[in-house]
Design a binder for this molecule. Structure first.
Ligand SMILES: Nc1nc2c(c(=O)[nH]1)N[C@H]1C(S)=C(S)[C@@H](COP(=O)(O)O)O[C@H]1N2
Ligand SMILES: [Mo]
Length: 317
């Protein structure tokens, strides 16, 4: 099989405009609307408008390299984990409405030769955007396929030149308790923080996503800029980043701090290591009825297994 990984950089000519994204489910929806339009011929004009307004606009079948169709824009933006707002996945979008993501800066520092605070506009200008279709596997055993755009974390880190002492990368989310209701909860040590080993951070799959479906990120998905590490459980993919720090020691993470026995620092997707309270062998793909088997490293083993050669993957990390 030739190289069909969508996770590889792709030529801009291959980038799918938003108009041509469509899951088969959307196509079915469009077909259903069209059928009802035919039945309601008297009000045909408005029915035609309705089809136009379906979002994403109907088209063909963007899929990941395993052939899984991308999830609907509505699924991706209406079913979210973002505890700073609320723990109710279906209410995040509403709670996050109007959250200010402009102006926005990302401070990149620590063990680097060229520390710098970047405005979002600078980042978008400096670093070419790529499209990546990635599976997202939440530790809660649901998953989605998401067409992101963004740039590699490696491309940003190269700009600041990590020193030889830098061994890990620490990420920090925005902290605005007056605007983010969940941050008033004392159950969590805010701000949300996460971390990667430097080689994981420099891996070509590791993306800083600035948007999805060809649109800038909406607040509930971590606007304006969030991490996406597709071979790890979703909680590693920290949202709305304001600070990136190169450090010498393994950094603390929010989930590890709360329950170290449930949420390890590495958190690589692994169907044979169960969460203490549930199995990780299968998952529910949002939009599908039957559960599907969970894949080792979420299906990215060919690209990332070498990073963990010296680790015993049968134990929980
Ligand atoms: N700052 C922050 N980042 C976060 C979270 C969060 O609560 N706060 N939730 C994580 C979890 S558990 C998952 S599964 C993904 C969900 O990303 P999505 O809502 O864009 O699908 O975001 C991750 N990043
Ligand atoms: Mo998650």
């Amino acid at each position: 099989m030739s190289n069909i990984y969508k996770s590889e950089p792709i030529r801009s000519s291959e980038i799918t405009p938003k108009q041509v994204y469509l899951s088969r489910r959307d196509f079915m929806n469009a077909a259903t609307v069209a059928a009802s339009a035919a039945l309601l011929a008297a009000c045909a004009p408005s029915a035609a408008d309705e089809i136009q307004n379906l979002r994403p606009v109907p088209s063909s079948t963007a899929a990941d390299e395993l052939g899984s169709i991308v999830n609907r824009y509505e699924d991706i933006t209406q079913y979210n984990n973002y505890y700073e707002f609320t723990v109710d996945k279906q209410l995040v979008a509403e709670e996050a409405k109007g959250f200010r993501v402009q102006p926005w800066t990302v401070e990149v520092g620590g063990l680097v030769n060229q520390p710098k605070t970047f405005g979002m506009e600078d980042l978008l200008k400096l670093l070419p955007q790529e499209e990546r279709i990635y599976r997202l596997r939440c530790v809660e055993a649901w998953s989605m396929v998401i067409p992101w755009q963004g740039f590699t974390l490696a491309s940003l880190l190269k700009l600041v030149e990590p020193t030889a002492d830098a061994k890990y990368v620490r990420f920090e989310s925005v902290y605005r308790p007056e605007e983010m209701r969940g941050q008033n909860s004392l159950l969590y040590p805010w701000p949300y923080q996460e971390g990667l080993r430097l080689d994981e951070a420099m891996h070509d799959l590791t993306l800083l996503a600035t948007g999805l479906y060809g649109e800038p990120n909406v607040p509930q998905n971590g606007a304006p800029i969030r991490l996406v590490v597709p071979w790890k459980y979703g909680f590693k993919s920290i949202k709305s980043i304001v600070k990136i720090e190169l450090v010498a020691e393994e950094p603390a993470t929010l989930w590890n701090h709360i329950a170290a026995n449930e949420y390890g620092f590495y958190a690589n997707v692994n169907p044979s290591v169960d969460h203490p309270r549930w199995s990780q062998a299968t998952e529910r793909r949002i939009g599908e009825l039957n559960r599907r088997p969970t894949l080792m490293f979420n299906g990215y083993g060919e690209q990332v297994a070498a990073l963990y050669e010296n680790m015993d993957l049968s134990v929980h990390y």
